[in-house]
Design a protein around this ligand. Structure first.
Ligand SMILES: [Zn+2]
Length: 287
């Protein structure tokens, strides 16, 4: 039974990393974040979400850091907080998985950001659950960014506040040199999942992820039509980090009151989660 034997070998290999990521759990975490309502920087709702993220990350055994700073925004100085959860490996190097947990400040509508802000939050919370207790070669660091969204109109100084702050700090203190790869997640929960071939991103890392997706049979969700998107990976790219943005930007409910839970699917979380687990496994084999 060579076929059965190969399948068994494959499932053993996958079990080393990918068996535990649960799309339904990621969706459930997202639902908890979205239930808090609009979560712009400095709001009471984002404070509640910070408490949830901190409690979950600590419960999973991660070393947790609160990276507090004050951002100069068009509405004045605003308190922000990145949250970093570190799972330790043995190599001294780190793979960093990031996403934003704030939602865009839109006082004129009830904007809860299920896909835009919610999905990246829930995805990383489930990643913490899936990584807990694993034997790792490289460290895996999870980062929830505050202040990804612009206050009003996006510009080079209005938006990606949290990632600009952290890339600058980690550049200064030498942390960036330890980073083997950084993958950012944004709007990955859409039912109709199509991840952009994001063109600012590091080509080698993008190729590795696209190959992992194809090998797992998820190639149809990883598009081959290049376009560039400014997101939280950019400040790291600018400092020479191998960084990649995974984003589905074909989303009709983007920045509208219709960005709600019914637009999401656990299958999309599952696809991205399995691909990332496989990518982590492949990255561990690289120097
Ligand atoms: Zn947005």
């Amino acid at each position: 039974m060579p076929v059965a034997k190969n399948l068994a070998a494959l499932s053993v290999a996958l079990a080393a990393f990918s068996a535990d990521f649960s799309g339904s759990s990621a969706l459930e975490y997202t639902r908890r974040a979205v239930a808090l309502g609009p979560r712009p920087p400095g709001s009471p709702a984002i404070g509640k979400l910070q408490a949830l993220i901190l409690a979950e990350a600590r419960a999973r055994g991660a070393a947790v850091e609160e990276d507090d700073f004050t951002a100069q925004t068009p509405i004045g100085p605003t308190a922000m907080k990145n949250i970093i959860a570190r799972f330790r490996g043995t190599s001294g190097r780190a793979v960093v998985l990031t996403g934003h947990y704030d939602t865009k400040r839109m006082p004129e509508i009830h904007f809860v950001g299920a896909n835009d802000g919610g999905a990246s939050t829930g995805f990383l919370l489930e990643m913490a659950r899936a990584l807990a207790g694993r034997k790792l070669t490289d460290d895996v660091w999870l980062v929830w960014f505050d202040g990804e969204e612009a206050f009003g109109k996006w510009s080079s100084t209005n938006g990606i506040y949290g990632s600009r702050h952290l890339a600058e700090r980690w550049g200064r203190d030498g942390t960036l040199r330890r980073i083997k790869a950084l993958i950012n997640f944004d709007m990955i929960g859409d039912k109709n999942l199509g991840i952009l071939e994001e063109w600012n991103s590091a080509a080698g890392l993008r190729k590795l992820v696209w190959e992992a997706a194809a090998d797992l049979g998820f190639g149809q969700h990883f598009l081959r039509s290049p376009s560039a998107v400014e997101d939280d990976h950019v400040p790291f790219l600018r400092q020479g980090v191998q960084a990649l943005n995974l984003i589905d930007f074909d989303y009709p409910a983007w920045h509208t009151a219709d960005d709600t839970m019914d637009k999401l699917s656990l299958n999309s979380f599952n696809v991205v989660g399995q691909v990332v687990m496989e990518t982590l496994r492949r990255l561990e084999r690289l120097p």
